[in-house]
Design a protein around this ligand. Structure first.
Ligand SMILES: [Zn+2]
Length: 176
């Protein structure tokens, strides 16, 4: 069972230089989040911390699968995700609000929890449009019964056309 404590980095104990952390995320990771958008997944997270004086550069590398619902036929499928995200932590005398990429901590801070960051990175790795075409392994197609149902109600199929991300159209052309 996963716990938030596993994601606490006691950075005061780290020497200057590079440090590596590996997290093997499974369903219990997502169970820690209230109202998580994701319930099932297997994701490997590698965190590289480059510690300098009053500054730490964090590089998160994420790769795995999460279970999600197809935007077209609503079937659940395994969506492959991967991405890299950088965050800097600065130790300052008067900490101010984070501006997204830089987090400010006061001089007495001794640890930092990366759980929420990993969760958010996984969410942002998911494409805007998620369809069975993106699944892995590549053996799933949209649920034919649902497609039939959708094509019988013209209104909803038109809505789906409009909502399609134009970037996927480009990918479609490459595949076809
Ligand atoms: Zn589908």
């Amino acid at each position: 069972m996963d716990s938030l404590r596993n994601y606490e980095i006691d950075f005061v104990k780290l020497k200057l230089g590079q440090h590596h952390f590996d997290y093997k995320i499974d369903d219990s990771f997502f169970g820690l989040k209230e109202n998580s958008l994701i319930e099932h997944g297997k994701v490997n997270v590698h965190l590289l911390i480059d510690k300098k004086d009053r500054l730490m550069n964090l590089t998160f590398t994420i790769e795995g699968i999460v279970m999600t619902d197809c935007d077209i036929c609503l079937d659940a499928f395994n969506l492959p995700i991967n991405g890299i995200e950088l965050i800097a932590i600065k130790i300052v005398d008067e900490p101010k609000e984070s501006d997204g990429e830089i987090i400010y901590l006061g001089p007495n801070a001794i640890s930092f929890n990366v759980y929420d960051h990993i969760y958010e990175i996984i969410c942002t790795c998911m494409p805007m449009t998620k369809t069975c075409k993106n699944n892995t392994p590549k053996n799933k197609l949209c649920n034919p019964q649902m497609l039939k149902f959708l094509s019988e109600s013209n209104d909803s199929s038109q809505n789906i056309e409009k909502n399609t991300d134009p970037r996927w159209d480009k990918l479609k052309n490459i595949k076809d």
